[in-house]
Design a protein around this ligand. Structure first.
Ligand SMILES: Cc1cc2nc3c(=O)[nH]c(=O)nc-3n(C[C@H](O)[C@H](O)[C@H](O)COP(=O)(O)OP(=O)(O)OC[C@H]3O[C@@H](n4cnc5c(N)ncnc54)[C@H](O)[C@@H]3O)c2cc1C
Length: 470
């Protein structure tokens, strides 16, 4: 174990996470008289709102995931540590992170916790294997593999029913991510893959978007929701509202409709975009501080985003619960900047009591349906169609980090929007099978550990569990 506790005379800030909250918080401390250590489990900052374009072959991972170390290369007071944070000790003021078998303990005077959220399966985590979510680069690449792999398998099949199953894509959750993904799978099938196969017609693919709510984009409602519905239907997306998923397996899912009847949908490729669960670090913080957490695992923070009883610890972005603020990039970015401002004030000797509460400035939200079509809500203004899409384009370019990302994204978009092509259609075997391979690796590790304990029978592998379950 190495201890990163150089007796620095400067105020030490630790930031957990290199997402919107963590990165923007770190950058806002650029000119502050502090030493910042940003700890994250990935080497990159990820622009999650465009993950669906990686999954559907429009963008490369480099476009939306620039290396954090390179972004911060000129910020001399910032250091980047790769590692999975496994423990936060509020009393000792330390953060413990792990990279492979190396453990690092980092001391802090102030802490910004911005570890974001993961997918929630509402207590049915076993669904994840067959209906992965889309939260990370790995998820997006795996999905690209599953989507394109389904078309390839369908081309090889002579069985009508099997082909139909392979060409049925189900997106669970009709929020912005589900809508964007369903729209793009439909465009992929109808435009990009047109004439690319000899036996199958990709445009015969069914894209089903289902949700337990009565409409798509329920947070927008009204005109925007209706507009999104009609655009999606024009693209050929089947919208199935009031539909709850009750089971998922390798070959399909079981859906319960509003009237209580259950039906099966045969589908090879399922995607989950139905819920989020905040990082488990929130629970750790709550247990140590007595703060409350909500059902999505978010920590109830004070109006200055600090943890109750710990004015030097800020919980921001998708991990915080405050004034029913949504899990949006802007909430995280503004939270990061706000926390940085409070830290600077503390270093300047200002008392905690003088802090002004965090005020979120709502710049609006938007979702694309297809190329040249989006819905956007800015204050009371509701914008649809091409104008909405132009707004979407400008806003996303503005917030992509770094010139390289902006430039390469514009090039990729030009190809995708003005021709039938998409520049990122390659998939590797590793991407398609990554999740299973990792599971097998865990099984192998558990088996080895049990063997070392002298009890090789104590371990049940994933395959054995499945066999036992029939
Ligand atoms: C597919 C998708 C589409 C979206 N579309 C939009 C959109 O159009 N508009 C919008 O405003 N918002 C959108 N969002 C939401 C938005 O991306 C989030 O609200 C935002 O990223 C939250 O920022 P954050 O800093 O709290 O967390 P994140 O950006 O998720 O960052 C969390 C960071 O913490 C790191 N981390 C997590 N756990 C650990 C650990 N234990 N140890 C070390 N590091 C850790 C992660 O690697 C990551 O770097 C979308 C989200 C997704 C998934």
């Amino acid at each position: 174990m190495s201890v990163q506790s150089e007796q620095s005379r400067r105020h030490r800030v630790v930031v957990i996470g290199s997402g919107f909250g963590g990165l923007f918080g770190t950058q806002a401390l650029k000119r502050a008289d502090v030493d910042v250590t940003l700890i994250a489990r990935t080497t990159h900052h990820l622009f999650q709102p465009l993950l669906y374009q990686v999954a559907t072959g429009i963008l490369s991972i480099g476009d939306i995931a620039p290396a954090t170390r390179l972004i911060l290369r000129k910020q001399r007071n910032a250091d980047v540590l790769l590692g999975d944070v496994i423990d936060i000790d509020l009393e000792a003021q330390t953060v413990t992170s792990r990279l492979l078998d190396r453990t690092t303990v980092t001391e802090f005077d102030s802490l910004i916790v911005a570890a974001g959220s993961g997918q929630s399966y509402f207590g049915n985590d076993q669904f994840a294997r067959y209906a992965p979510g889309m939260k990370t680069i790995d998820d997006a690449l795996e999905l690209r593999g599953r989507i394109l792999g389904a078309f390839e398998e369908a081309e090889l099949s002579d069985d009508h029913e099997e082909r139909a199953r392979l060409l049925t894509f189900v997106v669970v959750g009709a929020g912005p991510t589900g809508v964007e993904l369903a729209g793009q799978i439909a465009e992929l099938a109808n435009r990009t893959l047109k004439d690319a196969f000899r036996k199958i017609d990709p445009s015969e693919a069914r894209v089903i978007l289902l949700d337990g709510a009565p409409t798509v984009l329920p947070v927008y409602g009204g005109k925007l929701s209706a507009n999104a519905t009609s655009r999606l239907e024009k693209l050929g997306v089947e919208i199935q509202p009031n539909a709850m998923v009750v089971d998922v397996d390798a070959e399909g899912l079981v859906v319960k409709d509003k009237d209580g009847t259950e039906r099966r949908v045969d589908s090879q490729c399922k995607v989950w975009s139905a819920g989020v669960q905040a990082s488990p670090l929130g629970k750790q913080l709550a247990e140590q501080s007595g703060a409350e957490i909500d059902r999505a695992g978010r920590v109830h923070v004070n109006p200055d985003l600090s943890l109750p009883g710990h004015p030097n610890v800020y919980v921001i972005g998708d991990m915080m619960a405050l004034d029913k603020l949504p899990g949006l990039a802007q909430v995280a970015m503004q939270g990061g900047k706000y926390a940085a401002k409070q830290i600077k004030a503390t270093v300047a000797g200002q008392p905690v009591e003088s802090r002004q509460p965090f005020k979120y400035f709502d710049k609006g939200s938007m979702a694309t349906i297809s190329r040249f079509s989006a819905v956007a809500q800015v204050g009371k203004l509701e914008i649809t169609g091409f104008v909405g899409w132009l707004m979407w384009l400008v806003v996303h370019l503005m917030y992509l980090v770094g010139f390289h990302s902006k430039f390469s994204t514009v090039l990729s978009w030009t190809v995708a929007f003005f021709s039938r092509g998409r520049g990122e259609m390659a998939v590797t075997e590793q991407q398609v099978f990554a999740r299973n391979a990792i599971e097998h690796l865990h099984d192998y590790e558990r088996a080895r550990a049990a063997e070392q304990l002298g009890d090789p029978t104590a371990v049940e592998t994933g395959e054995e569990r499945e066999r036992a379950a029939g």
